[in-house]
Design a protein around this ligand. Sequence first.
Ligand SMILES: [Zn+2]
Length: 308
Amino acid sequence: MQRFLALDLGGTKTTAAVVELQGRDARVLHSASQPTPAREGANSVLAASLALTRRALTEWGGDTDTVAGVGIASAGVIDPQRGLVTHATDALPGWPGTELAAAFTGEFSLPARALNDVHAHGLGEALYGAGNGHPSMLMVAVGTGIGGAIVIDGHPFTGFSHAAGHVGHIAVPEAEGVLCSCGRTGHLEGLASGPGIHALYTRRGGQAVDTKEVAARARDGERLAAEVLRLAGFATGRVIGGLLNVIDPAVVTLTGGVAQIGNLWRTAVLDGIEYDAMDVVMNTPVLDATAGVEAALLGAAAWAGKDI
Ligand SMILES: [Zn+2]
């Protein structure tokens, strides 16, 4: 059994926790959350993160002698070997160049490692969620954006530039001409993310406050809402089908707000997979994620324990 400090740092919210790892089990012993002071700049975000982590440890009642290291899951592109932020979006201004792992080692005198938050989420899901017991997993997260993670034999595949897993930025015919958050057009995320689904519904003449309302209308039998969910799910499935052809993971896990939207969307995803996946990989199990909102914290802790 080993205990770690873990941090999940996003553009709007940061959570720090004490995590216990024991074989195939992991659990959060205590956690503390606060809004990320993103507008105040990188130094403020880092200082707030260190203080929050200290607070989680103190509230739990332990000290640095009782934990083996620190694992940090952060938004942005993170070099997992150096624990360094190499790129970030405007959600965290000034974040690139931040030496995350070194800062936490300096503060706590403990070994520290950092990983992109989606990669950490995938690692947590692979080790302690629906991927547990499977040799490889492709996680697809469909929510405000569309992201993903590939975990092979308990290791996240992060890529040469540490940017692997951007499932939302694959072109799909259904998204042709639709603007994506990355500035290109035709990518899955612009069409089939939560905001993408809402925008599609609006473009087709519907009026709804948000994607949840579109989903509720589809459940109530409204034809336009159902068509929109079906198209978004089908396009998502097509992209997953293509990825199965390339990666051939043992299982796929679906997570994120849109992934919980209901059976209509899920059935469309499976139809999309069937449409594009080759016969040999067509029946890859598609599982609902089970590691929950703590997945990134569990993955960060596991990452901290890899070399310690
Ligand atoms: Zn894109």
